[in-house]
Structure formats: C-alpha cells, structure tokens
Design a protein around this ligand. Structure first.
Ligand SMILES: *[C@@H]1O[C@H](CO)[C@@H](O)[C@H](O)[C@H]1NC(C)=O
Ligand SMILES: *[C@@H]1O[C@H](CO)[C@@H](O)[C@H](O)[C@H]1NC(C)=O
Ligand SMILES: *[C@@H]1O[C@H](CO)[C@@H](O)[C@H](O)[C@H]1NC(C)=O
Ligand SMILES: *[C@@H]1O[C@H](CO)[C@@H](O)[C@H](O)[C@H]1NC(C)=O
Ligand SMILES: *[C@@H]1O[C@H](CO)[C@@H](O)[C@H](O)[C@H]1NC(C)=O
Length: 410
C-alpha cells in the first residue's frame, strides 16, 4: 500500500528511536502455520482504487535518508529467519503470522514494502469495528509498555484510514525477535479494514522515514531486526495462488534460477524506488522505455505508464477501458500474452495468466486486468502481480540500498 504522502511528516529525531533492541533469536527450528483463506471480496477496481485514487503525490524534496541512523557496523553475524506468507483469494494480499508480546499473541499481518508502520487491530478499538480479526491486547502481555504521548495515523490511497496509540513490545517474525518494537495499537480503523476479517494489521517494510508515529517516529521491525541479521536484506518469494515466503537476513539460493540482477534503490522518499529499462509484450521485441516505480508488496496489482498498458492490451482481444470499472477489462476467456519487464541486466516475465486478475462480478464473463495505468500517481507501482513472477531481494545496505531481481521457476 502507498500512504498518502501529505500525511507523512518526517521528524529529525530518528536517532532517539534506536532504543528498541533486538535480542538473541530463539534457537532451534520453528514452523509457521498457514493462514486460512476467507471469502474476501476480491474486486479488481476496488484494488485499483485502493492504490490509485488521487494521491496527489508530490514527493517532498530533501527527506533525510532515514536509514542513516542504523547501526552502521553490523559486525556480528547472528541469524536469519523465514516466514511463510499465504495469499487471500485472488492473491489480493499475502498474510504472515507474527508473534507479539509475552506470552505471544499471534496476528496475521500484511507485510507491506510500501509503508512503514507496524499497526494492529487492538483491544483499544470499539468492539463493533472488530469483525473476525485477532486483536492485540497489551494488558495481556508482560512485555508491553505504553509509549506515553505517542500517536499515529495513516491514510492510504483509497482513503482507508487507521490511527491509534503506541506500545513497545516483543515482536517475532519467523525466528527473529525484536524486543521493544514499536507496536501501533489501533483505536480506530475505517470500514475497509473492518470488512477484511483475516487481516489483523500491517507490518511496514519500507524505510523508517515513512513511519507516522508522532511526536517521534518508530523504526520498522526490519530496521530494528537488522542488527541481528547475517545480512541487511529481506527477500520476497510470493507465489501465484499459494503460500510463499519472506526470508530475513538470508538469500536462499534454492528459491531462484540464474543470477540476481541488482539495481540501485532510491530511498529518498522512503519507498523502494527503482528504475526499469523497458518492456515487451508476448514474444515481440524488447522496447527500451525507462520508467521509475516502487516495489510494493502491499499492492495487489501493477500500475505502470499508460502507453505501456495500452500497448499491452492491444494484444488482448476484446480488451477495453471500462470507465465504470476504472481500468482495463477483457473477456475472461481471452488469451493474455506474457508481459516482460526489463530490470537491470535481467528480464522478468510475468505470465499472461497472472494478468487476468479476477472477474468483475459473479457472472464471470468480464475480467479485470492485473496491469493498469499509473496515471496520476507520479511513479509506477510494481505490486504483487509482478512481484510473484520473480524472486526479489530488498537489500537495505545503508550506503546504497538496492533491489535484486531473479527469475524463478513459476
Ligand atoms: C533460525 O535461526 C537460526 C539461528 O539462530 C538459523 O540457523 C536458522 O537457519 C533459522 N531458521 C530459518 C528457517 O531461517
Ligand atoms: C495525523 O497525524 C498528523 C501528523 O502526522 C497530524 O497533523 C494530524 O492532525 C493527525 N490526524 C488525525 C486525524 O489524528
Ligand atoms: C531454502 O528454501 C528451501 C525451499 O525453497 C527450503 O527447503 C530450505 O529449508 C531453505 N533454506 C533455509 C536455510 O531456510
Ligand atoms: C531520488 O529521488 C529523489 C526524489 O524523487 C530525486 O530528487 C533524486 O534525484 C533521486 N536520486 C537519484 C540518484 O536518482
Ligand atoms: C512465444 O514463443 C514461444 C516459444 O518460442 C511459443 O511457445 C509461444 O506460443 C509464443 N507466443 C506467442 C503469443 O506467439
């Protein structure tokens, strides 16, 4: 997901946030249970709206490089971890179990490389806005400590909102534990979140500069955990219609084929922004056509420059823009060509079937496209439709963050 930048006030006090400290990981093996799929209303246009609608994004200049405050000397080589992530229907989002507090309360969170707040449904919310979600109850955690006077609020592209208060508590993902992690307990969420029964909150994996906690920002779980990781990286191996994994501190060679191609990431805006070199549709020749976008695990679709989107759907019979749906639709029976994205030295092929996102209604005749235009956003948003076609490395090396892309067996 992409937060509206207007609400993201950055403060200078990041250094003060370093109080959260990772502790030694639990030893031995761990397993992460699958998250059940529920009947989430999958709706392409809603997903598009969620991402698109009028960000009015004008990137503030001169934002401090937020990870500069991370402990630069990562001498000790300690651990790595892996967590299984399971998609909801139509891969609308991928949920990963996270343990919060002592004894652990397990919540299923949407790992979102497009935002930087770790916020959860909580016991501080009115009961009628909790409909099936698991809540975090700080009063039941021996390690929970309120951060007095701190508050947060976040508004996403679709005007969905959440806000609340802040605790510090122990947070474990896979087998990596951070003590005194900022856990943002919701006191209020908008209906969009209440209706999503299986999503208990978000775990932001963009750069900490986007965190919305006031008066002093919190570091992301990853920025706290990084000191105890073997390498300052995490990887996304999302899968088509089945569970994938997020790994932390390790690049697992068995999860991709060939070489990882790295491109520098620009973290100035707090996002994982990178450049793409061009594209091709089906088997046609590669068209150099550079554009910038962010790698966003919290967005379902891929939003790219409209001339490219047009070029793609020219190759799909019956495809058209449906103003009512807000994007490209086509007969569900249409054959979709592959879409190839040029990134650094590699080309990532998104299979045509990934781009048939979902039927727009119960009749199942018309389908909504997984590639849509980024008009009005100001940059492209490379969401799950594209990410699941690749093995993606989010390398947060402070001197120069970068993204690595490798092909994998699909
Ligand atoms: C869990 O952490 C240990 C180090 O404490 C590491 O050796 C192991 O590989 C990790 N497990 C996974 C699945 O990453
Ligand atoms: C949300 O936070 C911003 C500061 O980041 C603040 O200016 C604004 O008043 C807050 N809005 C609400 C509804 O709490
Ligand atoms: C690497 O991934 C493979 C399967 O994709 C898994 O079986 C193996 O345990 C992973 N290795 C580590 C160290 O996590
Ligand atoms: C990074 O992004 C910022 C904001 O969009 C831009 O001003 C800056 O030139 C970019 N840096 C590089 C190296 O591209
Ligand atoms: C693209 O090429 C592959 C292999 O050469 C072939 O199997 C496939 O049918 C071609 N696709 C199209 C749309 O022409």
């Amino acid at each position: 997901m992409v937060p509206q930048l207007s609400i993201l006030a950055l403060t200078a006090g990041l250094a003060a946030l370093a109080s959260a400290s990772p502790m030694q990981p639990k030893t031995g093996s761990f397993s992460v249970s699958q998250v059940a799929n529920v009947n989430f209303r999958a709706h392409g246009p809603a997903q598009l709206a969620k991402t698109l609608s009028k960000y009015g994004v004008s990137i503030p200049d001169g934002l401090a490089r937020n990870i500069a405050n991370l402990d630069a000397a990562r001498i000790s080589v300690r651990t790595s971890g892996s967590a299984k992530t399971t998609p909801e229907q139509y891969d609308i989002q991928y949920l990963t179990p996270v343990d919060i507090g002592s004894p652990p309360q397990t919540l299923n969170l949407d790992f979102d490389s497009g935002s930087s707040d770790l916020w959860v449904f909580s016991s501080k919310m009115p009961s009628n806005s909790v409909q099936g979600q698991t809540i975090y109850d700080p009063s039941k955690s021996k390690t929970a400590k309120e951060v007095k006077g701190a508050s947060w609020n976040i508004t996403y592209g679709d005007k969905s909102t959440s806000k609340g208060v802040v605790y510090r508590d122990t947070v474990t993902v896979g087998n990596v534990t951070v003590q005194a992690q900022g856990v943002e307990a919701a006191t209020q969420v908008s209906d969009q979140f209440t209706r999503d029964a299986s999503n208990d909150g978000l775990l932001g994996l963009a750069f900490s500069g986007l965190n919305t906690v006031q008066p002093q920002q919190e570091l992301t779980w990853f920025d706290n955990a990084v000191k105890s990781l073997d390498h300052p990286v995490w990887t996304a191996d999302l899968k088509y219609h089945k569970a994938g994994t997020y790994d932390f501190g390790v690049i697992n060679k068995s999860k991709y084929a060939g070489k990882i191609s790295y491109v520098n990431a620009n973290s100035t805006t707090g996002f994982w922004m990178f450049g793409m070199s061009g594209y091709s549709v089906g088997n046609s020749t590669f068209k150099p056509s550079p554009f910038q976008g962010i790698a966003d695990t919290g967005t379902t679709l891929a939003l790219i420059p409209s001339p490219i989107v047009q070029d793609y759907y020219k190759a799909v019979s019956g495809a058209k823009v449906d103003p009512f749906q807000g994007g490209y639709v086509f007969p569900c029976s249409a054959r979709l060509p592959n879409f190839v994205l040029g990134i650094g030295q590699t080309k990532i092929t998104i299979p045509g079937k990934y781009i048939n996102y979902a039927p727009i209604d119960k009749s199942g005749k018309t389908c909504f496209g997984g590639l849509q235009s980024d008009d009005g956003v100001g940059f492209s948003i490379i969401g799950d439709v594209a990410l699941k076609a690749a093995f993606v490395v989010f390398d947060a090396t402070p001197a120069q963050p970068r993204l690595g892309w490798a092909q994998k067996r699909l």
